[in-house]
Ligand binder design. Structure first.
Ligand SMILES: NC(=O)c1ccc[n+]([C@@H]2O[C@H](COP(=O)([O-])OP(=O)(O)OC[C@H]3O[C@@H](n4cnc5c(N)ncnc54)[C@H](O)[C@@H]3O)[C@@H](O)[C@H]2O)c1
Length: 661
């Protein structure tokens, strides 16, 4: 069968042969046993409803085994035989170009070079799922291959509910992931309802088909590292940045450190992941001996060498060793997956990676104790360094939140509303006031032809647009514009593409609209193929997350989620090709609501109309909320937007004289 025929067939009418469990690829850890016997039956019944009854007797045994062994039913047997990767859009079967673009993006999210646990349909973050099982994947691809531009596919947490009649300006796909009744949004609720097969953790860009590999985050991380050095008034050259994690997003840190020009030391406990990142060239060296690592860092400091050094081991060992050796750390952070602390996101110190994996499945209570003990040690070691001058910030991975829950020494002695921890989050100090409040956020695009030449042309177009804009940009956003022009000029050279031909840069509403408009013109003229636009959910408007994206909102509204909900509703009727809204992502289940979009630019007048309408809303919704929270940069930005667009009328805050209190 051809690739197209396999897609069109959906769930095969004959059972494929069972597939062996491949040990050479990275697999999701065994999930903890949470279902009662009665609930296990329900999970099996739920899984079997995808298949004709004649197959049930055979499949029930296999699915039960998967549930017992892995804590989930992935339906490994139904993994397709074709290579999982984004193809040229022309290779996808179907009646709708928009639907084909979505198929391309789904495959990119499951590409072995991109996804963290590809056989478990997990793209990043340990639990960021595109689907919960292979039946959902097969069925979704089939629906997409047969839908028209008069239909919308409805995705319920990985499950394709079906195609519903709509119209050409409606989104082709509407995705929700993990939307729960608020009282059922505790971490164990995810374990239980995910094991039952009725919900999933979509992370941010996994369950919304918008993940583009670690490149997506390299840029944001580069900006963060650069600005962190600016904050301590130090040149990155010769400076030391210590952090952890070589996973889906965290793996971008050593590359970003190299682009920023500093020395990066990054700890990672998983040998497979460490090797992958080293093979991909994202980190320069791997070290397993702490004494050698210390000597290597000192040498790099002496010569101001730009280098990234992975330590295969626990991050706590690095912080403690560098303290004993009096090695000065300039910038410190952490990117273990603490949004998922009990199921493989954070590994305890003093035991092997394998021991931890066994313990988390067989003795979850003890595992939890070990994690909390490690967090207390971790924070204690960081404190020793910050007393000596290290600038430490939370990298949006719920480090401070989980450390505080573990009783670690991370609370401020003089807390103010919104500044309860002794360390800032990267959004409070850097991303929020410098980027989000002005509308700058992680805009991205994918060339659907898969051609590097198209990528290069789009880079050139984006660069020309920004160079034109900077001539008249106000002082307040000059630094952002400059950083992004420099980034896009170096992007080709830095070889950031993994998987599809994709690019990211930070732009404000005006920049995003102008770049998109210029792409659409180039597509119309036949200079490049169609382009998918999107963004990370980690942006100005898409995400309400009190300890991350909206952590620099100080009017008390950071615990509300109206902005993210408005965003997705507004995007969906202004022309997005697909929209998504998720519970969880980044900082954890129940801790955040985040949404995003994808939009196909095909060179048409419709695309031109949609991009202007949707992108303007997609950014200014968030700026208006940030402005109402009295964030000065946002007040400036929304006033500017109102001057440019007379139809925009936003309620502005009045500032109260502090002496009145
Ligand atoms: N990069 C960013 O800009 C950014 C922004 C916001 C949030 N985050 C957050 O960062 C976290 C990491 O994301 P990810 O996609 O890389 O997750 P991931 O799970 O793919 O990677 C985390 C890595 O940390 C390793 N690890 C866990 N405990 C460790 C320990 N004690 N010592 C050393 N290594 C350890 C794991 O083995 C894993 O490979 C997430 O919580 C994410 O939400 C990242």
């Amino acid at each position: 069968m051809t690739f197209q025929e396999q897609i069109q067939q959906g769930i095969p009418s004959q059972l494929p042969q069972p597939k062996p469990y491949e040990t050479n690829i990275n697999h999701a850890p065994k999930r903890k046993e949470i279902l009662t016997d009665e609930e296990k039956k329900l999970a099996l019944k739920n899984a079997l409803r995808y298949f004709e009854p004649k197959f049930h007797a055979e499949l029930i045994q296999e699915f039960k085994k998967e549930l017992d062994e892995f804590g989930r039913i992935y339906m490994y047997r139904f993994r397709p035989d074709y290579e999982m990767k984004a193809r040229d859009i022309a290779e996808y079967p179907g009646k709708s170009e928009q639907a084909k673009a979505i198929m391309l993006m789904i495959q990119n999210n499951l590409d072995y070079a991109v996804a963290q646990h590809p056989h478990e349909l997990i793209t990043y973050g340990g639990n960021g799922a595109v689907f919960s099982n292979w039946a959902q994947y097969l069925l979704t691809m089939k629906y997409l291959s047969e839908m028209t531009d008069e239909q919308t596919l409805t995705m319920y947490s990985g499950h394709p509910m079906g195609l519903f009649p709509s119209h050409k300006d409606a989104p082709r796909v509407v995705v929700t992931n993990g939307m729960m009744i608020p009282n059922y949004s505790k971490p164990d609720d995810w374990e239980k309802f995910n094991a039952l097969g009725v919900t999933q953790y979509g992370q941010m860009t996994a369950g919304s088909y918008m993940y583009i590999g670690p490149q997506g985050i390299v840029h944001g991380t580069t900006i963060t590292v650069l600005n962190a050095f600016r904050k301590i008034n130090k040149e990155p050259q010769g400076g030391l940045f210590v952090t952890s994690g070589l996973g889906g997003m965290s793996g971008a840190q050593p590359k970003a450190g190299n682009i920023a020009g500093c020395i990066t030391v990054i700890a990672e406990v998983n040998p497979k992941i460490t090797k992958i990142r080293h093979d991909q060239g994202w980190v320069n060296e791997i070290h397993e001996n702490l004494d050698e690592l210390v000597a290597r860092v000192r040498k790099a400091q002496e010569t101001k060498e730009v280098v990234s050094l992975a330590y295969l081991g626990n991050i706590v060992e690095v912080w403690e060793k560098f303290d004993q050796e009096n090695l000065r750390i300039d910038i410190g952070s952490d990117q273990t997956s603490l949004h998922n602390p009990w199921a493989g996101g954070y590994y305890p110190v003093g035991q092997s990676f394998e021991e931890s994996n066994t313990m988390m499945a067989e003795n979850p209570e003890l595992f939890k104790e070990k994690v909390q003990e490690t967090l207390r040690r971790h924070a204690a070691a960081i404190n020793k360094h910050t007393e000596k001058g290290t600038y430490f910030f939370d990298y949006g991975n719920a480090f401070l939140l989980e450390a505080s829950r573990a009783g670690a020494d991370v609370m401020s002695e003089n807390p103010t509303l919104g500044r309860e921890f002794k360390f800032p989050s990267y959004v409070q100090d850097i991303m929020g006031p410098m980027c989000f409040d002005y509308g700058f956020g992680p805009f991205r695009w994918v060339c659907t032809s898969g051609k590097p030449e198209d990528m290069q042309k789009t880079d050139e177009i984006a660069c020309q647009v920004l160079e034109e804009m900077i001539k008249t940009s106000p002082e307040e956003i000059q630094q952002q514009m400059k950083d992004n022009i420099q980034w896009i000029k170096g992007a080709q050279e830095n070889k950031l593409v993994v998987g599809s031909q994709a690019r990211i840069l930070y732009a404000d509403a005006e920049g995003r609209m102008k770049i998109a408009e210029a792409f659409n013109k180039a597509i119309k003229k036949g200079e490049i193929g169609a382009v998918v636009l999107g963004r990370d959910h980690h942006d100005v408007s898409g995400t309400d997350s009190p300890y991350r994206e909206t952590s620099n909102i100080y009017d008390g509204s950071r615990f509300t989620a109206d902005m993210a909900i408005h965003n997705v509703i507004g995007d969906s009727f202004r022309g997005a090709t697909w929209v998504s809204i998720h519970n969880g992502g980044g900082v954890g289940w129940g801790e955040v609501i985040n949404g995003g979009f994808g939009m196909l630019l095909d060179g048409s007048d419709d695309a031109d109309r949609r991009l202007k309408s949707m992108l303007f809303w997609d950014v200014n919704n968030g700026i208006s909320r940030r402005s109402w929270a009295r964030n000065e940069g946002a007040v400036f930005a929304i006033k500017r937007a109102m001057e440019a667009e007379p139809n925009l009328k936003v309620t502005l805050p009045n500032f109260v004289d502090e002496s009145l209190f």
